[in-house]
Design a protein around this ligand. Sequence first.
Ligand code: ADP
Length: 471
Amino acid sequence: MLGILMVVSEAIPYSKTGGLGDVGGALPTALAHLGHHVTVVTPRYRGIEEGKPVAAFGRGSWLGAPDFRVLERVHGDGVRFWFVDCPAYYDREELYEGPQGDHPDNYMRGMRPAIVHAHDWQAGLVPAYLKERFRGHPAFSEAGTVFTIHNLAYQGIFGREVLPALDLPWDVFTGEGLEFWNNVSFLKAGINFSEIVTTVSRRYAQEIQTPEQGFGFEGILQRRAGALVGIRNGVDTTTWNPENDPLLPARFSAADLAGKAEVKRALLARVGLDAPGQWARPVIGMVSRMVDQKGLDLIAGAVATGALQALDASFVILGTGTPQYEGMWRKLAAKHPSRVSVTVGFNEELAHLIEGGADMFLMPSRFEPCGLNQMYSLRYGTVPVVRATGGLDDTVTDVDEATGDGTGFKFRAHTTDAMLEALHRALSWYARPAAWRRIQLAGMAQDNSWEASAREYVEVYARARERASRA
Ligand code: ADP
């Protein structure tokens, strides 16, 4: 049994802008179920209720930060949350508008974590502080440090002049430290000052060591290849389970898919695609940030030639993103009101309805560290059509044209044509109901829960402690 300190800038049910928030909430719970003691340090953003004050710090007590308090809340499953209550930083409309960074501080006295697990650039300085400022501090003398990269595209880069304000010595400003092209990178700090670096799928762990996907960090990651581990994210099965999803109008399971048809009807009615005769058409769903990373450029290519509109399918789209892509979908919906619907915004309920009611789920991502939606889709009998990258490649098995074995449809080249080819294949299998059902059931049978992944993290924690004790 380990004491684990998790430092993460988002955690459901309190905050979420994407997959990181899902992990920040679900991984601690999965670890608690394995018997570990987890404390999650995370900002108290606007709207998060007050907890029990356990510590208060005056202006300037840490890096010249404004006044802040630490508020505690303990969940029924034993996971303890410590909210950094610093209104000057976190009481804002958006999570990532201002200076941000979570770091262990004096309030952790009295706790001796075996593991400090920090996530993404926002928490990247945590390992650096542990090595540089708290080396030898009794509270952390046994702690091993693990740093998880959820998305390498966000690197926390600031001018070198910020270094003194971070209370770190200039001797960390090297290639082996946190210097990146004469700037400071919080992400690089996380990678270089941790015992073990993980990322969220095996495939992505390989990809980020290549120039194509390394975002300039490939050399840094190659150097740490011996300490780099891929562990896929899991599905939080308490919120994503078609058998008891309260956000669905009907429930279903692999044993009885009847409810799925009802959900499809409700979805079409909800988004106004329920005119007579529309029902039989396959529904392709998307819940996604509308940005290039998610492959919206490939879709724009297919829209420009009319090839997307030519598919015999309806589209139910949910997301927010660049004005260009939001506008593209809006225009398409205006032109094809009977079979294209777009909802611009963040909407949990509609996301569940799409996962439950669509026939296919499209994720043509340029890169995808893990991706959660394709795993939700698999669980909900909604067949994923994905680009074979990162976690999408790890979790979806391409349907074999000869045998019909597989869980979805994959394409490799990052091109509009390759995406369209996969969509055509999917639609031709959809036209054969028995074969389609087999594909759905194969996906629903796949276990992508957190439990197996949490066990892998525990193994990684053991390695991190072992390395820390040797250092
Ligand atoms: P990323 O973190 O790169 O955005 P992931 O697939 O890992 O992508 O996670 C996205 C998460 O955010 C999923 O839980 C997804 O359902 C949710 N999500 C994304 N956009 C929306 C939206 N517009 N409304 C509701 N949920 C959304």
